[in-house]
Design a protein around this ligand. Sequence first.
Ligand code: FMN
Length: 255
Amino acid sequence: MDKNTVFKISYGLFVLTVRLGEKDNGCITNTLQQVTSDPNRVSITVNKANLTHDMIAYTKSFTASIISQDADFSLFEHFGFQSGRDTDKFKGYTDCARAENGELYITKGTNAYISGKVCQEIDLGTHTMFIADVTDMKILSDIPSATYDYYHKNIKPKPQKVEKTVWRCKICGYIYEGEELPEDFICPLCKHPASDFEKVVPDKEEDAVPVGKTADGKTIWRCTVCGYEYEGEELPEDFVCPLCGVPAEQFEKVE
Ligand SMILES: Cc1cc2nc3c(=O)[nH]c(=O)nc-3n(C[C@H](O)[C@H](O)[C@H](O)COP(=O)(O)O)c2cc1C
């Protein structure tokens, strides 16, 4: 059985937002679909580890902004690689507006939004599927929607060369270092399981550049939390990882 077959399924991408009291939050999902047209209902499947999950379970309400092809990777970093449990994703975030139900929708890198009121929940173990009556919908632009495949081919940064065997998350690019990946490993960034990782073996000896250096000789500093690599002789003291948000102290010089 070829596990990569799931990547042939066509999905859209969404910023799923919710408001509980004064707290707004949202996360990236690829699991929204229309399930019936009369009544007009959609389903969305959310990992129980996500704060967005708990907020929807409580409020029974959500808004899904449909991501378009002009979205850049920062939208995915912002909503998909950090949790609202650790940070306020909407503090200072201006590319959004309030929908009729009071929830925020995203106005940049999106082409529409759909608001829903949950009418049924299905417990799927790691995830909950929320089925909702559509309460509001609006088109924001004519730019085509980004599919999951489009995200992988055009939005996600190209993987960097590796010097030793690592396992790379096919969803978000997180790197796990080690010969073997534990079967029960869960990606700390996007929460996808071990089956979504691919083994990456080092490039051939003759192509290899020295460990810790880029092909053009720059020093590499790696984020110990998410694997993001900064290139430059010195890492600025006030540098903040653009992927997972940790400070410069969490970086190590690759040697
Ligand atoms: C491309 C991409 C697709 C994702 N798809 C889903 C998904 O379908 N369901 C889900 O629960 N999380 C998905 N995630 C992961 C969440 O967006 C991520 O865990 C987020 O940090 C959760 O934030 P929260 O704790 O504030 O809710 C995806 C992430 C990325 C980058």
